[in-house]
Design a protein around this ligand. Structure first.
Ligand code: HEC
Length: 205
């Protein structure tokens, strides 16, 4: 506490104001692309492809996540079109497996052991089950998500769509497009949907 107070005094003394909102620096787009590409030179081809922005990302970057109404609708339509539903229409998998999809933060990284676990790292951004003490707050709390939505079949489908492709619901979301980018499989998305929506899941207790 003492130290905090001291540093507050020091800041006041040298007249440091809180950071002022900065306007984005003008950067040559071609130079930017080339620089990003050059940092991934030794990466496998699928990694290099990931450094290439798609149209949705381009608009979100250029507008700092505030697309025009027309672009908002365009992104939504484009991203909805990517969603693949399970062939039998059942979006609810096994919530117990979904719990580990939500907790595991490894997968698709250079440093991963081949055959290692791949998860959605949902807890990095969301509260889900209330019994979990550690979670990030970039995204809203999802505690009781299914319960609040009365465990309705239509809401289950909506949740699946959101996880498959977050931009299909909220263009320029900070949430990854797990299905559209082939990060999680359809099975994993079903499992984590069940974790979110099942009455038996700790998320709804
Ligand atoms: C990098 C951070 C991040 C990660 C990881 C993440 N999310 Fe999100 N999520 C967000 C943000 C930010 C929002 C709010 C904006 C939006 O709706 O897209 C959100 C919104 C949601 C919503 C909609 C909430 C509402 O108000 O209806 C659901 C459902 C959701 N996330 C589920 C998940 C699940 C399940 C996972 C893991 C598979 C996950 N998220 C991983 C950031 C994240």
């Amino acid at each position: 506490m003492k130290r905090l107070l001291l540093s507050a005094v020091a800041f006041a003394a040298i007249g440091l104001a809180p950071a002022v909102a900065q306007s984005p620096a003008k950067v040559d787009r071609a130079l930017l692309e080339a620089t990003i590409k050059s940092t991934f030179k030794s990466a496998p081809p699928e990694w290099q492809a990931r450094a290439q922005q798609d149209e949705t990302q381009r608009i979100c970057s250029e507008t700092r996540n505030s697309p025009s109404t027309a672009d908002f609708e365009k992104i939504k339509a484009r991203e909805i079109a990517t969603i693949v539903y399970p062939p039998d229409g059942n979006v609810m998998g096994d919530w117990k497996k979904g719990e580990s999809v939500a907790q595991v933060g490894t997968g698709h990284q250079f440093s991963d052991k081949p055959g290692g676990r791949i998860g959605g790292n949902c807890y990095a951004c969301h509260q889900l089950a209330k019994k979990e003490v550690s979670y990030g707050t970039l995204g809203p709390s999802l505690a009781e998500y299914g319960k609040i939505r009365k465990f309705s079949a239509e809401e289950n489908k909506q949740a699946y769509a959101k996880i498959y492709n977050s931009h299909s619901v909220m263009p320029c979301s900070n949430m990854p497009r797990f299905g559209a980018n082939k990060f999680l499989t359809i099975e994993q998305i079903k499992d984590v949907t069940a974790y979110l929506m099942s009455p038996d899941s700790p998320v709804n207790k």
